[in-house]
Design a protein around this ligand. Structure first.
Ligand SMILES: [Zn+2]
Length: 124
């Protein structure tokens, strides 16, 4: 395995969304950090998320930050509260609404593996 690739990126390549959980206070967080945002502990462990969650906010990006992304614009970015607790920012299917139940799907955009949230079939 390539030591330069983060556990997050490795997980994503395998279709698994990962997050960090603090070994000291059990706070869950996303992104790759070296210390817990709640208590400062460095005892962080990677966990696999189920990939399901609820949309917290939705925004549409009309101006892409790079040339590679320009072909994709406008695209949708969402903040999703994962069922495990942490909030993640990722791409979203167009038309997602706040409060919608979603599931993460790995997608390749502009040569990168990224997370995109799609609406889950209505759960009963
Ligand atoms: Zn902590």
């Amino acid at each position: 395995m390539d030591a330069g690739v983060s556990p997050y990126a490795q997980g994503l390549a395998a279709g698994v969304l990962r997050y960090q959980r603090c070994g000291a206070c059990a706070q869950a967080q996303t992104g790759q950090r070296f210390a817990c945002t709640a208590c400062g502990s460095a005892q962080l462990a990677w966990c696999d998320a189920a990939g399901t969650g609820t949309v917290f906010s939705v925004s549409t990006v009309h101006r892409a930050p790079t040339e590679a992304w320009r072909a994709l614009a406008p695209y949708t970015l969402v903040l999703v509260d994962l069922d495990e607790g942490p909030r993640v920012m990722a791409h979203g299917a167009p038309g997602l609404a706040i409060g919608a139940r979603v599931a993460a799907q790995p997608v390749v955009l502009a040569g990168q593996v990224l997370v995109r949230f799609e609406r889950t079939p209505a759960a009963t």
